[in-house]
Design a protein around this ligand. Structure first.
Ligand code: PBG
Length: 324
């Protein structure tokens, strides 16, 4: 036999020499759920091991990120239901929970990048990412609201804005508003190819949006059947001024990650979303699979061309990578 592939798999040293893909804590963005509602800072039942945090708790998490070598955290607010309205004005309140948390984290751990979510769902009485009129999600009016929201987050010190709403034209509008307002160095990581997915279920529990949501998000989020459209969306968002792009959900969409990376070469991220976390965590918790699936799943994103991964496993995976 001339070719014995097993020769290079024989020892750990040989395997390390020919390993094609690396995973490190520097590849992670750690999503944090925050709240200031008394009694709401508890574990999310559908996401074992993930707690909603107070602003102080989020600062401590950012400090932990710094210790573990995780470069960025991403904030998602569980908003007091009393502040949710159809006009969503709380979204651009400079003193809202997210904006207070941004300032607190940047004051305490400036070296950790803070990413935000730009979408109206945490503030919307009907749970949608956009403004709703007569059952229709309004595009252009929503974009105006998102611009206000984005500016308030930039003003508070956010490093990376993550528009996750899937309205058309929001990247260009936000980019122009940032330039005009002097926030020239605030980066945009566009949720460019975001699919209408049942894998977001536990997230909606975590931010308290499950009960409120009327209908589904299929008129703005993508059809899981589509791939050519994902490439067109990524191209559009990069043209409009996105610095980085995201594919979401993650594991069922690794084919899209690979195509996006190959077609554009831009910094490409995937979101290993709440339902993916819940599935893996549930199976690990029941002893059905070993904890090793965590690093295997994250390595798969890197192999598929992703530069980084938004993952609720960030701190656990960073500790595993550090050998702890
Ligand atoms: C909302 C938003 C969602 C997620 C991130 N931002 C949910 C949705 O679109 O309904 C999902 C993240 C996850 O499931 O972990 N704009």
């Amino acid at each position: 036999m001339t070719h014995r592939f097993r020769r290079l798999r024989r020892t750990g040293a040989l395997r390390a020499l020919v390993s094609e893909t690396r995973l490190s804590a520097a590849d992670f963005i750690w999503p944090l759920f925050i709240t200031d509602v008394p009694g709401a800072d508890v574990e999310v039942p559908s996401m074992p091991g993930v707690r909603r945090l107070s602003v102080d708790g989020a600062v401590r998490a950012a400090e932990e990120a710094a210790r573990l070598g995780i470069p960025a955290v991403c904030l998602f607010p569980y908003t007091d239901p009393a502040l949710k309205t159809e006009a969503c004005k709380e979204a651009w309140n400079p003193g809202n929970l997210t904006n207070r948390a941004i300032r607190a984290i940047k004051a305490a751990v400036p070296e950790v990048a803070v990413m935000t979510d730009v979408a109206l769902d945490p503030y919307n009485a009907n749970g949608h990412d956009g403004l709703v009129k007569d059952g229709v999600i309004l595009n252009d009016e929503t974009v105006e609201a998102l611009v206000r929201m984005a500016l308030a987050q930039a003003e508070s010190g956010a490093d990376i804005l993550g528009p996750s709403d899937m309205m058309d034209g929001r990247i260009g509008a936000i980019r122009m508003a940032l330039e005009t307002a002097g926030h020239k160095d605030v980066a945009i990581l566009s949720y460019a190819a975001k699919y209408a997915s049942a894998f977001y279920g536990p997230f909606r529990d975590a931010v308290g949006a499950s009960g409120a949501l009327k209908g589904d998000k299929k008129t703005y989020q993508m059809d899981p059947a589509n791939r050519a459209e994902a490439l067109r969306l990524v191209g559009r968002d990069l043209d409009e001024g996105a610095d980085m792009v995201m594919v979401k959900p993650g594991m069922p969409y690794l084919d899209i990650c690979r195509e996006v990376k190959d077609a554009f070469g831009a910094p490409t991220f995937a979101y290993q979303v709440s339902g993916e976390y819940a599935m893996l965590k549930g199976a690990i918790g029941n002893g059905w699979v070993k904890e090793e699936v965590i690093l295997e799943s994250l390595l798969a994103f890197r192999r598929a061309g992703c530069d980084g991964i938004l993952t609720y496993f960030a701190p656990a995976a960073a500790r595993m990578l550090a050998g702890g």
